[in-house]
Design a protein around this ligand. Structure first.
Ligand SMILES: [Zn+2]
Ligand SMILES: [Zn+2]
Length: 307
């Protein structure tokens, strides 16, 4: 299994001298096993990936974790879509289908793009999957794409996001790109405009739902070779922005230890985080993780990880 990070940045692409080491493109990860290729998320990182792939006739599978801009904004620029002979299956949470169809087929017009491609030449199919709330005690959808088995779980994020486990031949990578920790706030469909008052206490039922969500996320990640995890905020920033729906490297490491994964990859770097700051964080948390027997790296654009 080979994993290539094409985009590792959260929220907005930030190319420039301060981000050239870790990269400025938004989330896109390619996972290959044998003849199977699965693309996870379509941030602007899918643009360089598409340039490498096009125009070869081929079939591609794209998993979308959720529809926040940074995870779909590269899709209209995925070059293989302009070629007949290419087919793409987009796997999307069931509640996101109509919005996604709007993006792919209707928002792709002169009003939004200087060079739209109308109805894409490629054959695009949509597959939906259900990811029931953890308190229902029903596991998230599981299916296979070629040689890769897919598992899903709900994460704690405004508007909901989905985490994936991709496994083949005893190797596995887990992708939890956008999630808050599972303790202070239970996110739903609505965006929270501000942090809850510090004295706000969660109701017992909400606390139970968070605990069930956390356990389901740990269960899906258990024993994985690689855990790619949201590390958008620093420990110092988090108390100001718990309502953003993102985690810190501390939360990521806590989950990596609980799930007993082999290596943790810090991901979804904040757009304002410079290479210098990321290198410091990587060094600091690498030694903390090492004390627990977990390898650690901060995701870098273009990096290939072989499992
Ligand atoms: Zn994101
Ligand atoms: Zn998001």
């Amino acid at each position: 299994m080979q994993i290539i990070c094409w985009g590792v940045r959260g929220s907005v692409p930030v190319p420039g001298p301060a981000t050239c080491r870790y990269g400025g493109n938004t989330p896109c990860v390619e996972v290959c096993a044998g003849d199977t290729r699965v693309i996870v998320d379509a941030g602007t990182g899918i643009f360089p990936l598409g340039r490498r792939l096009a125009p070869n006739p081929a079939h591609y599978d794209l998993l979308l974790s959720h529809l926040h801009w940074d995870h779909i904004q590269g899709l209209p620029f995925f070059a293989p879509l302009r070629h007949a002979g290419v087919s793409l299956t987009i796997h999307v949470p069931v509640g996101c289908l109509s919005l996604l169809r709007e993006l792919v087929f209707n928002a792709n017009c002169h009003r939004y793009l200087a060079a739209p491609f109308g109805r894409p030449a490629a054959d695009i199919q949509f597959e939906t999957f259900a990811c029931p709330a953890p308190e229902n005690r029903v596991p998230g959808a599981r299916w296979s794409i070629g040689e890769i088995e897919i598992g899903t779980v709900n994460l704690n994020h405004p508007g909901h996001s989905v985490g994936f486990r991709l496994s083949t031949a005893g190797r596995s990578v887990v992708y939890y790109s956008d999630t808050a920790p599972f303790d202070e706030i239970l996110f739903g469909s609505e965006y929270l405009g501000q942090a809850p008052h510090k004295d706000t206490k969660l109701a017992g039922a909400e606390r139970e739902r968070l605990a069930a969500m956390r356990q389901a996320a740990i269960d899906l990640a258990a024993g994985a070779d690689l855990l790619i995890f949201d590390s958008h905020l620093t420990r110092q920033e988090y108390p100001q922005f718990p309502h953003y729906g993102h985690s810190t490297p501390d939360h990521a490491l806590e989950m990596a230890i609980a799930a007993q994964v082999r290596e943790l990859v810090l991901f979804h770097h904040a757009p304002a985080r410079s290479d210098t700051e990321l290198a410091k964080l990587e060094e600091q948390y690498r030694s903390m993780a090492g004390a627990h027997g977990v390898a650690l790296r901060a995701a870098r654009e273009g990096e290939r990880i072989n499992l």
